[in-house]
Design a binder for this molecule. Structure first.
Ligand SMILES: [Fe+2]
Ligand SMILES: [Fe+2]
Length: 266
């Protein structure tokens, strides 16, 4: 007699479970595979975006560098224009720049700040572009009225530069404004005293005077080293920040080396 084998219900149950399990497993595997595909695609896209970003960064960086270089050049050229109006040599601004950085480093300023001052200090006399030739290049002493006009080159330079937010031009503005202030408060235009004069300006003032004394100007012959050294001893704490005068004598050979390296062609 043939009759259906009655399966053990437990086996039926288990077989059903296995079928379900197989289905779920298959679905899971498919899901994982699909996910993987999506991930690789996303990875690829992400990598592309990343590369693109890197390239843009490099471009911006190159552009930034060019802007900085241009800025440096413009500043240096402007400084030279200011000096050439007063018949000073092109190397004057170069030497002032070098002396300024040297002093800044010995003073304890950071490499970054010293370099910034080096680039900004050649601008100290930019305001002279607005001073009449007759005063600027007058042989001999200026009358008190003429001197009052001459003094204006500090404020004129400051006004020309103060509107920029670039740190370099801001530094140049400060230096243009204050490079004739004296440590004892007897300078111009504001009669600032001691540390109220920005350190950048105190440094540039020294560098500028040191260089001017050693060279002939329309109103004076060049001084000998002995005369210059006596002058700095006398003006220590008067015209100049005493710490800067001390730096000068302590590192004299470095200053003379710069003077020799950038001397005017005869
Ligand atoms: Fe000046
Ligand atoms: Fe100067």
């Amino acid at each position: 007699m043939e009759h259906d084998v009655i399966k053990n219900p437990l086996i039926v149950e288990l077989e059903l479970l296995r079928a379900n399990f197989d289905k779920t497993t298959e679905k899971l595997i498919k899901d994982i595979q699909r996910h993987e595909k999506i991930m690789t695609k996303a990875d690829k896209r992400q990598k592309q975006e990343y590369d693109e970003l890197q390239r843009k960064f490099a471009e911006v960086e190159a552009l930034q560098k060019e802007i900085e270089e241009t800025q440096k050049e413009v500043i240096f050229t402007m400084g030279s224009i200011g000096e050439s109006r007063s018949k000073e040599t092109g190397n004057h601004v170069r030497r002032v720049a070098e002396y300024s950085k040297l002093i800044a480093l010995h003073y304890g300023l950071s490499e970054h700040d010293a370099e910034m001052l080096k680039q900004a200090s050649p601008m100290h006399d930019i305001g002279k572009v607005a001073i009449p030739d007759a005063i600027l290049n007058k042989p001999g002493k200026l009358t008190p009225e003429e001197f009052e006009i001459m003094k204006k080159h500090t404020e004129l330079g400051y006004d020309m530069l103060k509107h920029s937010h670039r740190p370099l031009l801001q530094t140049a503005a400060i230096v243009a404004h204050e490079h004739h202030e004296k440590f004892n408060g007897q300078g111009y235009p504001r009669g600032l005293k001691g540390a109220n004069i920005h350190i950048y300006s105190r440094i540039t003032a020294f560098a500028d005077v040191f260089d001017a004394l050693g060279n002939q100007r329309c109103y004076k012959p060049a001084w000998s080293d002995e005369e210059i050294f006596n002058f700095f001893h006398k003006e220590r704490g008067e015209h100049f920040d005493p710490k800067i005068v001390d730096i000068f004598f302590k590192h004299l050979s470095e200053f003379l080396h710069i003077r020799e390296t950038f001397k005017d062609p005869i």
